[in-house]
Write a protein that binds this ligand. Structure first.
Ligand SMILES: Cc1cc2nc3c(=O)[nH]c(=O)nc-3n(C[C@H](O)[C@H](O)[C@H](O)COP(=O)(O)OP(=O)(O)OC[C@H]3O[C@@H](n4cnc5c(N)ncnc54)[C@H](O)[C@@H]3O)c2cc1C
Ligand SMILES: *[C@@H]1O[C@H](CO)[C@@H](O)[C@H](O)[C@H]1NC(C)=O
Ligand SMILES: *[C@@H]1O[C@H](CO)[C@@H](O)[C@H](O)[C@H]1NC(C)=O
Ligand SMILES: *[C@@H]1O[C@H](CO)[C@@H](O)[C@H](O)[C@H]1NC(C)=O
Ligand SMILES: *[C@@H]1O[C@H](CO)[C@@H](O)[C@H](O)[C@H]1NC(C)=O
Ligand SMILES: *[C@@H]1O[C@H](CO)[C@@H](O)[C@H](O)[C@H]1NC(C)=O
Length: 533
């Protein structure tokens, strides 16, 4: 009887204490941050809690994948909106002192929402550090460099680089609302990659807040950490507040083109040839392919392959280059547009070429949900195998699944596979992205789409890279595995995704992690844990 009472009172005491402690943690974190940044709780301009009126607007402002607003995942207890580098340092120092983890968000395009929600089963409160206020872009045209705040979007970078110099560009992704913070630290593939490599190949310096709250540059962080954040995912190592980019030369006049072919027009044979030709073209010619199923089943159902290209020169030279190396594509003069580099970025985003200011629009282009997966292909897929793949794609009635094929070769084959953390180089012909977008919000619709996408991915197994089946970090895919035990992922567990995203660079990444964040403060569900042999 007595012992029951004791246990019972202990239980009550435990409840009181823990709820008190949880409140304390959050209040202490808030006060710590306000003190460190000179703010006051009556006018919080840099830290927001769910009882601040603008919290939910701010939370949703850059969410690209709406399914994570209703997935049951944990949402943040705080959003921090830094306006100077020091604010990120305060977030780390106060977070570590009071047991609040951070998620870092720049453009909010994370495919699995991991920059703003948590699937942790241990339920600790966390804060989102949203860098959208840190987006100054200082172009030094004479020096061919630019310092860019991590919260800038690719569109803002393209616009400002072009405004500073008509013959400077930067090699990065297609979608202008993508944030440089996540994009560059994961690699960054785009239309200039065959000539100049990935976005991450063109970073020359960085300012990063580490797990000790220190603000480091390339010189003070050590080359191993600078290596790791270029392709290894900066979220594992700290908060990037700015990158210094190397700008690349572009001619004043480039040519963009697009041609589409259905099955009846020889799409299969053309794509089959593309696999071997596109990676071996001269590096000033980039041709990617996008494949979708179109038309009503059964009679009009077909596959459409669209070949989109960029040539670093005028139309006449473009036509000559294609005639020489890929004549069966039959590109005509009227399929081509002569544009400036910045106009080419609008073209591939499907926008009017005369409105470069559209690049400054940070709002998501769609209110939708999506799912993607990725593969690398090392041997051409046979025509017969393509026919089987089309059959599977055409079975999906209303499922607008798209396959996007990005050619490798050129500079991507020249750079060593351990030069930076991004490992997918020589030996790869192209990357595949499976991408599907939908507008319905019902859980059942989402589940059906996810099932369909996984089915196609399984079907592709014999045709793509294996041991491991490689994947691209920026097309994050939690189907590869996740850990939900906050802060406690083991190296072995993380190998499930780590070896696929980083191949042989995974071990070195985990060793860098052990040096710079041995307690794994910068944890996430698909993170890199410290290596402990
Ligand atoms: C519509 C669309 C088009 C895309 N097109 C391309 C493309 O052409 N080429 C390509 O390579 N990729 C493309 N992507 C993928 C894109 O590169 C990744 O989703 C990228 O990680 C997004 O970066 P973000 O800053 O917008 O995302 P966020 O969601 O803000 O962040 C993504 C990840 O990076 C971390 N992170 C963000 N900022 C920082 C920081 N400052 N410091 C440390 N960690 C940080 C986050 O914690 C998270 O883990 C596209 C994505 C979408 C949705
Ligand atoms: C303290 O925590 C309890 C339980 O989690 C919650 O109901 C209450 O609103 C919190 N109080 C404050 C001031 O945050
Ligand atoms: C809600 O706002 C008040 C001040 O307006 C603040 O003191 C309190 O800590 C906030 N609650 C939470 C849970 O952050
Ligand atoms: C196929 O397309 C043609 C031309 O667009 C159209 O007239 C016809 O009705 C379609 N057939 C079916 C079965 O959808
Ligand atoms: C771009 O061109 C379209 C059609 O030619 C026109 O309606 C629009 O006003 C133009 N926009 C700008 C910014 O010039
Ligand atoms: C998405 O929804 C928001 C809020 O409802 C709205 O302001 C915005 O215009 C919508 N965007 C698009 C592209 O439909």
């Amino acid at each position: 009887m007595a012992s029951t009472t004791i246990i019972f009172s202990c239980f009550i005491f435990f409840l009181l204490c823990t709820s008190h402690a949880a409140n304390h943690t959050q209040a202490n974190f808030l006060n710590c941050f306000l003190e460190a940044t000179g703010g006051s709780s009556s006018s919080p301009s840099k830290i927001y809690t769910p009882n601040t009126t603008s919290f939910s607007t701010l939370f949703r402002s850059s969410v690209q994948n709406l399914r994570f607003l209703s997935s049951g995942a944990e949402t943040p207890s705080f959003i921090i909106l830094p306006s100077v580098d020091h604010d990120s340092q305060a977030a780390v120092l106060c977070g570590r002192r009071h047991g609040i983890r951070l998620r870092v968000r720049s453009g909010g395009h994370d495919y699995e929402g991991l920059s703003y929600v948590s699937f942790s089963s241990t339920d600790g409160p966390f804060a989102v550090v949203d860098l959208s206020g840190l987006r100054s872009i200082e172009v030094n045209a004479a020096d061919h460099t630019a310092w860019v705040g991590a919260g800038a979007t690719l569109g803002e970078v393209y616009y400002n680089v072009a405004a500073a110099s008509p013959t400077a560009g930067f090699p990065a992704g297609i979608c202008p609302t993508v944030g440089v913070g996540g994009h560059i630290s994961g690699g960054g593939i785009g239309s200039l990659q065959r000539k100049y490599g990935l976005a991450a190949d063109n970073v020359v310096d960085v300012r990063l807040v580490n797990a000790e709250g220190e603000l480091l540059t390339r010189e003070t962080m050590g080359e191993d950490l600078f290596w790791a954040i270029r392709g290894g995912g900066a979220a594992n190592f700290g908060i990037v507040v700015a990158y210094k980019l190397r700008l690349v030369p572009v001619p004043p006049k480039l040519t963009v083109f697009s041609v589409s072919r259905t099955l009846g027009q020889g799409a299969t044979r053309l794509l089959h040839s593309w696999q071997s030709i596109a990676p071996r073209l001269a590096d000033d010619l980039w041709i990617r392919a996008l494949v979708i199923a179109i038309g009503e089943a059964p009679v009009n159902r077909t596959i459409q392959a669209t070949f989109q290209g960029l040539f670093l020169g005028p139309r006449r030279a473009t036509l000559a280059a294609i005639k020489k190396s890929f004549p069966e594509l039959r590109v005509r003069a009227e399929d081509c547009n002569e544009v400036s580099w910045v106009e080419s970025t609008l073209y591939f985003d499907g926008r009017a070429l005369n409105n470069t200011r559209a690049l400054l629009n940070r709002r998501p282009a769609f209110n939708s949900s999506f799912k993607a997966k990725s593969d690398f292909v090392r041997e051409p897929i046979s025509e017969k195998a393509w026919e089987g793949i089309w059959k599977v794609m055409m079975e999906g009635e209303e499922e607008p699944l798209e396959m996007i094929f990005e050619p490798w070769g050129g500079r991507l084959w020249e750079i060593e596979d351990d030069a930076i953390a991004f490992p997918h180089r020589k030996g790869n012909l192209y990357n595949i992205q499976y991408f599907m977008r939908w507008f319905e919000t019902e859980a059942a619709v989402t589940a059906r789409h996810l099932r369909w996408m996984r089915r196609l991915y399984d079907y592709m197994t014999p045709h793509v890279s294996s041991n491991p089946r490689a994947a691209y970090l920026n097309y994050k895919d939690i189907d590869l595995g996740i850990s939900t035990e906050e802060g406690r992922t083991s190296y072995k567990e993380a190998s499930a995704w780590g070896r696929r995203y980083f191949l042989h660079n995974f071990e070195k990444l985990a060793k860098v992690k052990a040096r710079v964040d041995p307690e794994n403060y910068f944890w996430n569900e698909q993170g890199i844990p410290p290596y402990t042999a």
